[in-house]
Design a protein around this ligand. Structure first.
Ligand SMILES: [Zn+2]
Length: 153
């Protein structure tokens, strides 16, 4: 480990010749058997999940081919081979319906007023913890008292 004193992470001190599996070889750190490149230093042909999604692709069955590590502060990106990626399947109608149902349920939860035990026509304020009618009429409850104790209301 000749460069150990100059490396922030001793395990990354020396790079190795790494075969990426598509016939190309690069100098990279080998961390737990995974080729590791510095941030913005990965070769072409590799992409993250989000980059694949932008190309309407998905990793498919392939394992993580490499990773990109930022040594200045902790950031890690898993990289997949673009040539092994598969086209992304569009969401089915049932999936979209389930998603809409979940979003409606989450919205209804935000509209639920615990003071008057009813669903308001607006999202209740987190700061007030009650609907606008309860605020206007001065109705209070245990949660509103807690908020008042914090000094937020
Ligand atoms: Zn209310």
């Amino acid at each position: 480990m000749r460069n150990q004193t100059f490396s922030r992470f001793p395990a990354f001190a020396q790079k190795q010749r790494v075969d990426l599996g598509d016939g190309r070889q690069f100098w990279a750190w080998l961390v737990n058997g995974v080729p590791t490149f510095p941030f913005r230093g990965a070769p072409s042909g590799l992409a993250t999940v989000r980059q694949l999604a932008a190309m309407r692709l998905q990793p498919g069955n392939q394992e993580i081919q490499a990773q990109m590590l930022c040594t200045r502060y902790p950031r890690l990106a898993y990289l997949y081979r673009v040539d092994l990626a598969k086209p992304k399947r569009p969401a089915t109608a049932a999936q979209l319906e389930a998603l809409a149902k979940a979003r409606a349920a989450a919205l209804a939860l935000r509209c639920w007023c615990p003071i008057c035990q009813s669903t308001a026509d607006h999202c209740i304020s987190v700061r007030e913890g009650r609907c606008g009618e309860c605020v206007a009429s001065g109705r209070t409850g245990p949660y509103v008292d807690v908020v008042a104790m914090w000094g937020a209301a």
